[in-house]
Every structure is written in C-alpha cells, then in structure tokens.
Design a protein around this ligand. Structure first.
Ligand SMILES: [Zn+2]
Ligand SMILES: [Zn+2]
Length: 320
C-alpha cells in the first residue's frame, strides 16, 4: 500500500502546498483511491503517474471547499480522458446535491455512472482489494475518517481445519484459498476461518478535519498508520477549538496513548512556513508533536510518498 500526498495546506493553497488531497494506492495493480480533492488536485495528479482510468473511488471527508472544490473538474477530465467505468463516490449527502446542480448548470454530461455512497450512513464498503469503514469526527460540519484495510492478504490453507470439517480437497479448497466464501453441506463457510494469514492485514486511517482525535480509537485499532490534520500548534489552541481543528500536541498525544506506530500530519495552516528559520515554522509543529509522541512521525509535503509493506513497515519513499 502506498500513500501519495497531493495537497497538504489548510483552507487556502500556498506556493508550495495545494489544498487537501491524498492518493492511496493498492499494493497489487494500479488501482487507487482519492481521499479529498481540493481545487487544483487534477493539476497535482498531472505531476504523478496516477491515471483517472485506474481510480477506484473518490472519498470526501466533508463539504468544505478545500476538500472538494476539485471534484467536478476531476470528473470532467476523467470523461475527456475516455473513462467509461463507473466510479464510486463516498461523501456526505450534500456533495451529491452540489455535484448534480454543477453538472446541470455547466452541462457536464458524464459518460460513466457515479455510484454514490453517503458517508453519513457510516457505511462499510468493500472494493475488490480493499475494505473501507467510515467513522464520525468532530468539526464545524459533519466530517468523516476512512479506514482502509487490505482484503487479499497472502495466506495458506488451514489443512487441519479443512480435514476436521470434512471438506473435500478440490475446487472448494481453491475458492477458500482465493478468499471466497463457499457453501458446503448447507453451511456458509467463511474463507478467513480456513486460512492461515502470512501477515496482518495492512490498515491505514485517513481522517478529515477534526478537533477530537480521541474519536478515532476504534478506527485506529490494528492500524499501522494514521493520517490526521495538525492545522496549528498549541499556541493557537483556542483558535483551533473555535474553528474545529486540532493542534500538533493534541494529535500526537492521542497517537501516543493508543501506541500508534506511524503518524502522518498534514493540513497545515499557511502561517507555518517551510523554512525552519522562519517563525512560525512547520518545524514548530514537528517539535511539538515529537515532544509527546514516541512512534514514527512524518509531516507530509505535497508529493511526499510513503509505502506500507507486508510486514507493516512504513517508510517515506525518496523521490527520484
Ligand atoms: Zn480543511
Ligand atoms: Zn473543514
């Protein structure tokens, strides 16, 4: 699994950071998921190897413009690029209403179907290679986190259990090995009960804007990575509370409490400058988070890319 940041600024873009957007790539094949798409996200995609043909779904955390204004243009460009396959959009209900009006007024007629799933229903969605669960956050508008868990983990058949159950060697074994549930002697058999997995399923949680990180306890169970906003430092705690955002120490403390191994911070207020010599600087966010968190801490930049391998090791990929 792979994370590629397309935008890491809060509210407005800066010369070095676009507004929110993250691409999550599957480990097998070219399939990817886009989580949030602020204005200009399609321009950011042009600088990567991502293609809208292999995009599996777009998931929007909430209706604020810095997380969704890029949506109609991405759909229009995917259409111009010849996409025909249906596209799943997981988003608050308001996004669908807004998009319908936009398509109507601008006479955008898409040559592919959109399959809307409302995050407000806290849906669990199963894609071929990925299961996605939705969790509620605390922000000025309904806002969600999406937990991505890989579905097809390398596994061996549990031959002893199969023999005990009297399941005959043959096609049923093959189907179970491939992760399909099967029926045998009038009973529905879950493939996971007959497999010995070679590693823990990889799990990444990507959260939208949120001023209560502790809401993510359940979402983060078994996760190797959490991507969370840290719009401010503690010096701006009061402002953060007023506008429904988190500050670095708050998120890092939560990650420490649940012993999360990897924390990626993003969605930084433009007031934090890139230069470590400037004040306030993005390094202030890093230092504050580091002071209370003993796991691996990353501060995302636009186009920074990370891989999560089968063993659950998370690391930044050095750009070429
Ligand atoms: Zn935002
Ligand atoms: Zn917001």
């Amino acid at each position: 699994m792979n994370l590629l940041f397309l935008g890491t600024s809060a509210g407005v873009p800066t010369k070095t950071r676009n507004v929110s957007g993250v691409a999550l790539r599957e480990s097998k094949g070219k399939g990817w998921y886009l989580i949030d798409c602020g204005e200009g996200t399609q321009h950011q995609v042009l600088h990567t190897k991502l293609s809208f043909h292999s995009l599996k779904a777009i998931l929007i955390t909430h209706v604020h413009g810095d997380h969704c204004y890029g949506l109609p243009s991405i759909l229009a460009s995917a259409a111009m690029g010849g996409r025909k396959a249906p596209l799943t959009i997981v988003a608050p209900a308001g996004i669908k209403a807004w998009l319908e009006v936009t398509c109507d007024v601008t006479q955008l007629c898409l040559p592919f179907a959109l399959e809307f799933i409302y995050s407000d229903d806290l849906s669990s969605i199963e894609f071929e290679n990925m299961a996605v669960a939705t969790f509620s956050l605390s922000h000025r508008v309904p806002c969600y986190a999406y937990a991505f868990t890989e579905r097809k983990v390398d596994a061996d058949l549990d031959v002893d259990t199969l023999a005990q159950k009297g399941i005959p060697r043959g096609p049923l074994w093959g189907q179970l090995k491939q992760g399909f549930d099967v029926e045998f002697a009038g009973e529905q058999l879950q493939s996971r009960d007959y497999l010995i997995f070679k590693h823990k399923p990889r799990k990444v949680v990507i959260a939208g804007d949120n001023d209560q990180p502790e809401l993510l306890v359940e979402a983060c169970a078994g996760a190797q990575v959490l991507v969370h906003e840290a719009t401010y430092t503690e010096a701006m705690a009061q402002k953060a509370g007023e506008v429904g955002h988190s500050y670095a120490k708050q998120v890092a403390k939560f990650a420490e409490t649940i012993k999360l191994p990897n924390l990626v911070l993003t969605h930084f207020s433009p007031r934090y400058q890139l230069s470590p010599h400037a004040s306030p600087s993005i390094e202030d966010i890093r230092k504050e988070a580091q002071s209370v968190y003993s796991g691996s801490l990353y501060l995302a930049r636009d186009f920074s890319e990370y891989s999560l391998d089968k063993a659950g090791r998370f690391a930044e990929i050095e750009s070429e």
